[in-house]
Design a protein around this ligand. Structure first.
Ligand SMILES: [Zn+2]
Length: 393
């Protein structure tokens, strides 16, 4: 493999992920080295990737004057035995490589006219040119995947939504426009906007899809962080997305109690809670975002069992699991298989479940088994029409 084919010139070593004290910094450990602090060039949440003990691929600056802050950079993380690129700036170099090697499906005949191409007040990653004329291309890096499905974004991106609208406006004026989602795993068949996390971005993607070409391309990274030859266009199940990307469905409320407590919970009476983490499953088949926002506010009237526990929690986080159908009890059942059940009858006055509250000593989002459940429910595969082939597992 020649040097020009590499994206990272310095030697790469691996370290175990320990913590992420802020968005752009990770701590880790590697054999024979003191505790390492590395720059993380990725603003995403990456919760399902940065689990305790995860393997990070780290580069070390050859610059002898490199400071503690600039010496190490975490460029990738291992998942399912293969690296997933974290270095968002390198994604544009990957896109350039794919374009130059004519490996982006439907853009095989386009040449790069310029990078960082300005249009009015905006700037897009590439201006391409082919026999039909100009085409503006914006590149996004996608690291969120599971269950055969890749999703973007993994955190709300108003900037990403604005890019879609600007590209759609260009297209309205007769200029071609496209978005290339570089999906850093080969283990997927479908691409969807992450409507659980960013419903506005997802609805905008649906709105502009007839004007802006949406190109999710799956790539494969080798262990030495070179790119395999394969680049594959993923399927986008638009009808499925249009049906599911609504403000309805289930949600998880993650709560942390810093101390044990005895709490009066409405008709359940006084209930003892251990210190630790709790996961509550609820649903709202309309106005899901408003329901989650309500739970995040500490002071309010007590209507549901969870309203008695909520004010005692030191930290609260809500995760949407949007769907057109009722998933709440299935989700509770799945969580009950990996987490300890909470008080009997909690949150299920209207269903036959034992409880909708679960306990975990460790933070739930530090657990692979909890992410597996989230992925199974959030990244539901579209109904496959008979004869269209089998789905990857
Ligand atoms: Zn239930």
């Amino acid at each position: 493999m020649s040097g020009s084919r590499r994206f990272f010139s310095t030697p790469i070593f691996k370290m175990r992920f320990v913590a992420r004290p802020n968005r752009f910094l990770v701590h880790g450990r590697a054999p024979g080295r003191p505790r390492i602090e590395a720059f993380l060039p990725n603003p995403g949440r990456l919760r399902e990737l940065l689990l305790p003990g995860a393997t990070l691929y780290v580069t070390e600056s050859p610059d002898p004057g490199a400071t503690r802050k600039t010496r190490f950079t975490a460029v990738a993380v291992e998942r399912d035995g293969a690296p997933v690129l974290l270095h968002t700036h390198a994604t544009n170099a990957v896109a350039r490589r794919l374009l130059e090697q004519r490996r982006v499906p439907t853009l095989e005949h386009a040449a790069i006219a310029r990078a960082e191409a300005p249009v009015g007040r905006s700037r897009f990653d590439f201006l391409l040119r082919d026999a039909e004329g100009d085409l503006y291309l914006e590149v996004k890096s996608c690291t969120l995947f599971g269950n055969g499905v890749a999703m973007f974004p993994d955190a709300v991106t108003e900037r990403g939504r604005r890019h879609l609208l600007e590209l759609a406006e260009l297209a309205r004026d007769g200029v071609r426009a496209a978005v290339l989602f570089v999906v850093h795993t080969p283990n997927v068949r479908w691409f969807m906007p992450d409507y659980h996390t960013d419903l506005a971005f997802s609805r905008t993607l649906l709105d502009v899809r007839d004007r802006v070409r949406i190109l999710p391309v799956s790539v494969t990274w080798r262990d030495d962080l070179t790119l395999a030859r394969e680049a594959r266009l993923l399927e986008i199940p638009w009808a499925h997305i249009d049906r599911e990307a609504r403000d309805s469905g289930a949600y998880l409320l993650l709560l942390e109690l810093e101390d044990a407590a005895r709490i009066e919970v409405g008709a359940l009476g006084t209930v003892s809670f251990r210190r630790g983490h709790y996961v509550y499953v609820g649903s709202a088949m309309a106005n899901l975002a408003a329901r989650m926002a309500r739970h995040l506010r500490p002071h309010k009237t007590r209507h549901w069992h969870i309203d008695y526990l909520r004010p005692r929690a030191a930290r609260v986080e809500a995760l949407a699991v949007r769907a057109s159908s009722r998933l709440e009890c299935d989700l509770a059942h799945a969580l009950g298989r990996v987490l300890e059940p909470g008080p009997r009858g909690f949150g299920c006055t209207d269903c036959a479940c034992a409880t909708h509250l679960f306990f975990s000593a460790a933070p739930p989002l530090d657990r692979r088994d909890v992410h597996d459940i989230l992925e199974r429910f959030r990244m539901r595969q579209p109904q496959i029409v008979c004869g269209s082939g089998s789905s990857p597992s």
